[in-house]
Design a protein around this ligand. Structure first.
Ligand SMILES: [Zn+2]
Length: 285
């Protein structure tokens, strides 16, 4: 019966070769059609190659950068780390020269003084074994490696306190991102999470001392932040490091600051509650 051409006779009206026409499509095919309509997210589709000419060796690096406009935020941490839906664009913020090993956060990459360039050439380049910039996406480990090299270069070149502090903060955020995205379960995952948190904590302590020194010695905007924004970050870093009294002092300073918008003051009132709660718990434990 399956071979019967139910449309035979229509040739007379000009319809040839109708033996392939099926009156009912098989149900299976409908199913796959539906699945195809769900748009899949691919991190690589959000990326493009951006050229960074190395200010030390002139090499033109083509490195991955993010089309931020295509992404939506889903929240923000109390120390202002933005959280995005579907991927973490912060991973792509450290730029490494594949030829000489010079690295920095993207906003600092191009500006370097000749005295600093000399230090990188002497202390980084001879040991540098190369890095693969030709990747489709960065894993957290890849991103952490790049941020660590950026921090090392910032220290070696004798960068400003603010730049060192900001690079510590961004690296701390990378470690937190990795911790939030640990895909395995069980005791091994817990152990990794504990180690990542310890490392994050140590970086935040360093970030705080750098920002604290920079606060009174460097002009604002600092690393793209105004004074109130930096005070918010410093208050929360203190909380995360268990420095509750200092955290409260920063919060009070913001609450009396005429330049601070009401929206931010409300956030600081919430943070103050969180500090008191954690302080109480710390005293009990
Ligand atoms: Zn270079």
């Amino acid at each position: 019966m399956g071979d019967m051409n139910l449309f035979s006779g229509l040739e007379a009206l000009g319809f040839d070769s109708l033996d392939e026409v099926k009156i009912f499509e098989e149900k299976k095919e409908q199913g796959t059609e539906k699945e195809e309509k769900v748009e899949e997210f691919h991190e690589k589709d959000m990326l493009y190659l951006k050229t960074y000419q190395c200010p030390i060796c002139d090499h033109e690096n083509r490195v991955l950068a993010v089309r931020l406009g295509k992404l939506r935020t889903s929240g923000i941490d109390t120390d202002l780390r933005p959280i995005y839906e579907k991927m973490d664009p912060l991973k792509y913020d450290a730029v490494v020269c594949e030829k000489c090993g010079y690295a920095a956060l993207s906003k600092f990459f191009s500006s370097i003084m000749s005295r600093q360039a000399k230090l990188v050439k002497e202390k980084i380049t001879p040991s540098f074994r190369g890095i693969n910039n030709d990747l489709e996406v960065y894993s957290y480990d890849e991103a952490i490696l790049r941020h660590k090299l950026a921090l090392l270069c910032t220290v070696v070149k004798g960068g400003k306190d603010s730049e060192k502090a900001y690079t510590c903060l961004k690296l701390a955020w990378m470690l937190r991102g990795k911790r939030d995205n640990i895909s395995t379960d069980g005791s091994k995952a817990r152990q990794i999470a504990i180690e990542l948190q310890k490392e994050e904590h140590a970086l935040l302590v360093n970030a705080y001392s750098g920002f604290d020194a920079a606060f009174s010695n460097e002009p604002f905007p600092m690393c793209g932040m105004d004074q109130v924004t930096l005070m918010c970050i410093m208050a929360d870093i203190c909380r995360r490091c268990g420095q509750y009294q200092t955290a409260k002092r920063w919060i009070s300073n913001i609450l009396v600051d005429k330049a601070a918008p009401e929206r931010i003051k409300n956030k600081m009132r919430d943070l103050k509650e969180l500090v008191s709660k954690e302080e109480k718990l710390a005293k009990q434990g």
